[in-house]
Design a protein around this ligand. Structure first.
Ligand code: ZN
Length: 150
């Protein structure tokens, strides 16, 4: 486990200990579940999307520190963004954590998500860090829930 210590930067630990937006979202009109069987992480993402804007977002789930912190940070980063901006952020984030010879990402645009840059050195952890984002993507593309308007 000591190899992983470097990954667990303060911001990650903070989100893992105090996950943001950790709840079921009563107003959700999109949701999806995701799992990373390699590590045992699973997450459900709830979205309230209107006119292409993520008005509200929350998640529930269990997993390792990286998966939990990533889900927490993902929700706080994309809340209020447009679906297109969220997709762009995911692309950027994914480039960063998968690394490669010539990763093409904008570190500055990632802001606090840059805390996960160390994940690129641990390929097995990439799925942990990207799970919530893949699940967000699935939730956005899931059909709208039929829910009763008041
Ligand atoms: Zn994990």
């Amino acid at each position: 486990m000591s190899d992983l210590q470097d990954l667990y930067q303060e911001v990650i630990l903070d989100h893992q200990r105090n996950p943001r937006n950790y709840a079921r979202l009563p107003t959700a009109n999109h949701q999806a579940e995701g799992a990373n069987p390699l590590c045992g992480d699973h997450v459900t993402v709830y979205l309230d999307v209107k006119d292409g804007i993520i008005r509200d977002i929350s998640f529930e789930g269990e997993g390792c520190a990286i998966a939990k912190a990533s889900a927490s940070m993902m929700t706080s980063v994309v809340k209020g963004k447009s679906v297109a901006e969220a997709a762009e952020t995911f692309k950027n984030f994914h480039q960063m954590i998968t690394g490669g010879e010539d990763p093409c990402f904008d570190l500055e645009a990632l802001g606090k998500l840059a805390a996960f840059s160390g994940v690129s050195a641990f390929p097995v952890r990439v799925k942990c860090a990207s799970l919530a984002w893949h699940t967000l993507n699935a939730a956005i593309h899931a059909g709208e829930n039929k829910h009763k308007e008041p």
